[in-house]
Design a protein. Structure first.
Length: 272
């Protein structure tokens, strides 16, 4: 199932890149379909793994990467279809293929949960983190689409405030992209907050301390602060255009560093 998902995602990435070059309807539909097919294969594989192990697939970096890729793929299909934005697919599929390929490299058989992971709080912690990361991935992709479309030096959308968020064809305008990016970041921020809170409760239950300044905890807090600043800057300070888009990209770069960089370079209590 993992191999089938990876090949589907690779096919989707190829179709998405062709779409970027040709702007044709057929490659856009193929990219969305193959992305959805890959997500279906991944869902089936994770379900079978859970049934075989008798637990949820939340115990290792391998499983988390697959869940992250699956959540991002599902949101990609949703945004591409509902908002008529196949432009997000090339950006998100690069991430999805990278996550799935790396997961295939570090794949290992399902094992029983160690005592520290036998907690319901772990399930809430992982689910909220996966959904938050997927939301941030889509927000980053939308910001990159906005940047790729180009803006003037004044950092403002090339449309007046009264212009609808969509063009006559239904495709989101610059204003619509910013609004959708903001909503995704706000949704992800709420879930990241829940992930940090449930993680703290889980840590108190297992290690007897709510917060220990573990590298993963520290960088999760840094990521939370960056997204809090993004929401404040956009809602209160009126940031628009390139500044807001680059801040969304920076936030997701911190998400990836927290997930992979900290795990591989700064071992701690969260080491898999």
């Amino acid at each position: 199932m993992l191999a089938a998902a990876l090949w589907s995602y690779l096919g989707a990435l190829g179709a998405a890149l062709i779409y970027l070059w040709t702007r044709g309807r057929a490659p856009a539909l193929a990219a969305v379909f193959l992305c959805g097919l890959g997500a279906a294969f991944q869902t089936a594989g994770l379900t079978l793994r859970s049934l075989a192990a008798g637990r949820w697939p939340f115990a290792s970096l391998f499983e988390f990467l697959l869940l992250f890729a699956l959540g991002t793929a599902a949101l990609t299909v949703l945004v591409a279809v509902r908002h008529r934005l196949p432009e997000v697919a090339p950006f998100t599929l690069l991430l999805i293929v990278g996550l799935t390929a790396y997961a295939a490299v570090i794949a290992r058989p399902a094992e029983p949960l160690v005592p520290a992971l036998q907690s319901y709080w772990l399930q809430f912690h992982v689910v909220t983190a996966v959904l938050a990361y997927g939301s941030f991935a889509l927000a980053c992709a939308l910001a990159l689409v906005d940047l790729a479309r180009g803006r003037g030096p004044d950092e403002k959308p090339p449309v007046p405030a009264t212009t609808p968020a969509r063009s006559a064809t239904g495709v989101p305008s610059a204003r619509g992209l910013e609004g959708l990016t903001y909503r995704l970041v706000a949704f992800g921020f709420a879930l990241l907050t829940l992930a940090i809170v449930t993680g703290a409760v889980w840590a108190e239950e297992v290690w007897g301390a709510w917060w220990s300044w573990d590298p993963k905890e520290t960088w999760a807090l840094v990521t939370w602060l960056v997204y809090a600043f993004y929401l404040h800057a956009c809602a209160v300070r009126g940031w628009r255009g390139r500044r807001a888009a680059w801040l969304a990209v920076l936030g997701f770069a911190l998400v990836l560093f927290t997930l992979l960089g900290v795990t591989l370079l700064l071992p701690g209590l969260h080491s898999y």
